[in-house]
Write a protein that binds this ligand. Structure first.
Ligand code: C5P
Ligand code: MG
Length: 163
């Protein structure tokens, strides 16, 4: 079914991964130094990029990344999340939309991510063809309610590209 040519559309995505020792923690393509634990995942476990990709797809009712990259498929083991995001972005562009701005929230108890806010914003912006001021990055602790998880929530505004 063809998505209606609205001037803009909202997308929303979420992702969560369990944290375990001996794994790297990468968020928005930025390796998190001093993370005691990293994401357990079939792919590289970058919950920010997964949630952004899902947000892009949801804005056009194109399903979710699991439909394109099943976590049961052997060829997706260790998959670079930038590839997943690039695929979602290509679909958005095919439908003549482009991301206009992004708001993302990472919930993680430790470590503190504040010092990496600009790096994450810049990196996500670059992957989406945006300026870093168009990517809002917020951090929250779970107040100890979910100390073994990293959770990401993302909204994106998709604007129709004329022509
Ligand atoms: O979740 P909470 O309100 O307790 O977060 C307090 C502050 O800690 C916020 O300013 C947030 O940006 C920061 N924070 C952080 N890294 C985290 C979690 C929260 O820098 N992993
Ligand atoms: Mg994921």
């Amino acid at each position: 079914m063809t998505p209606a040519p609205l001037p803009s559309r909202i997308g929303y995505g979420e992702d969560a991964h369990r944290l375990a020792q001996g794994r790297a923690l990468v968020l928005g393509g930025v390796p998190i130094p001093h993370a005691e634990r990293g994401a357990v995942a079939h792919s590289d476990g970058d919950a920010v990029l997964h949630a952004v990709a899902d947000a892009l797809l949801s804005g056009l009712a194109l399903g979710d990344i699991g439909q394109y990259y099943p976590d049961t498929a052997a060829e997706n083991a260790g998959l670079d999340s930038r590839e997943i995001l690039a695929h979602a972005l290509a679909l958005v562009r095919e439908w003549k939309y482009a991301p206009a701005n992004v708001a993302l929230v990472v919930t993680l108890d430790r470590p503190k991510l504040g010092p990496l806010r600009a790096d994450i914003a810049r990196n996500v912006a670059a992957l989406l063809g945006l300026n870093e001021t168009e990517v809002g990055v917020s951090f929250k602790t779970s107040e100890g309610l979910a100390p073994d998880h990293v959770q990401v929530r993302v909204t994106v505004l998709l604007a129709r590209v004329e022509g």
